[in-house]
Write a protein that binds this ligand. Structure first.
Ligand SMILES: [Fe+2]
Length: 215
């Protein structure tokens, strides 16, 4: 059994994503899954800003992007299947907009690169947190690529995208991820994992087009 059709937005493909990763993962297909862009040297300062911050929002600021509310189950590495998230693990994700006041180092980096990275948002995935396998595709909106900068990447944290498999993230790495392909993150470590999502110019163009059609 393999993940044959990543465009099929069904429970079935989400369920087999981690179960069959050894069958479908193909490191030679990196260009179709996640492309390395750069390593940002002062990532430790950026991480410290996230660790000091306390006002994480459970909802993303960009509600038109699908996938935000699909964290209702998690991949249990013991039972080898998806399980309901227990009450004490609900709300294991938080979002923040990188303002100059709260995240000065991150803000400065983004300001310097505003020609490349658009609509940034910081994401925190708590210890034990999971991001359910999902795509960013919908009939009306296709988020082709999204930049993803990792500020820390603890042991036992895994980020996979179809058809590449595990993305070899190291702290400070920026990858351009093909968001329309299934992807998922599992943080089985005992510390939160922080990353910054940054949109492409094409994403902004499509987002504004959809917004103008709706309102
Ligand atoms: Fe995503």
């Amino acid at each position: 059994m393999a993940l044959k059709d990543w465009q099929t937005n069904s429970e079935y493909y989400r369920d087999i994503f981690w179960k069959t990763i050894d069958e479908w993962a193909d490191p030679s297909k990196a260009d179709e899954g996640a492309v390395f862009i750069e390593n940002v040297p002062n990532h430790e300062e950026m991480l410290a800003e996230c660790q000091r911050y306390t006002s994480w929002n459970p909802e993303s600021a960009f509600p038109l992007v699908s996938g935000r509310k699909r964290h209702e189950r998690y991949w249990d590495t013991t039972s080898n299947k998806y399980e309901q998230i227990p009450e004490d693990r609900v709300g294991t994700r938080g979002f923040a907009i990188p303002t100059k006041e709260d995240f000065p180092t991150i803000y400065e980096f983004l300001k310097r690169n505003e020609h490349q990275y658009f609509r940034p948002e910081i994401s925190r995935l708590d210890a034990g947190g999971h991001i359910f396998p999902h795509t960013h595709s919908s009939p009306k909106f296709v988020e082709e690529w999204i930049y993803n900068m990792c500020l820390n990447f603890p042991d036992k944290c895994k980020f996979a995208v179809y058809p590449l498999g595990i993305i070899p993230f190291q702290a400070g790495d920026v990858y351009k991820l093909r968001g329309r392909n299934y992807h998922s993150v599992i943080n089985e470590s005992d510390e939160p994992r922080y990353h910054i999502m940054m949109r492409t110019k094409e994403y902004i163009r499509d987002y504004e087009k959809l917004f103008n059609e709706q309102f």
